[in-house]
Ligand binder design. Sequence first.
Ligand SMILES: [Zn+2]
Length: 111
Amino acid sequence: MWLRHATGVAESLLGLAATRSGVTLHPTPTTLDCAACGDTVTEAGYLPAVERDDGYEPSPADAVCGACGFTALGTAGCAPELDDVTDPATADTLLYVRATDDGVDVVRSKA
Ligand SMILES: [Zn+2]
């Protein structure tokens, strides 16, 4: 019983987050592996995506974890730009995402 309740809370929280950021991923990746170090992204990371009418189509193969984004790809300890992570011809937006138990949640988009 408590499990169903907790799921309902998580769903309402996710709905709230989606409403606030206005960003939807199609499809939503359940996990991301960092293209730079190969580790699974367990906290924050960067995910290139193509903007569509109904949300964003992500390119999980080019995702990077937050640490690599700053140290390996970004310039002088700054967050990476889209063309640091992937070929700008294949994606038009770099999303800052957070891995959650329910999949990948978009924190903000950066055109
Ligand atoms: Zn990494």
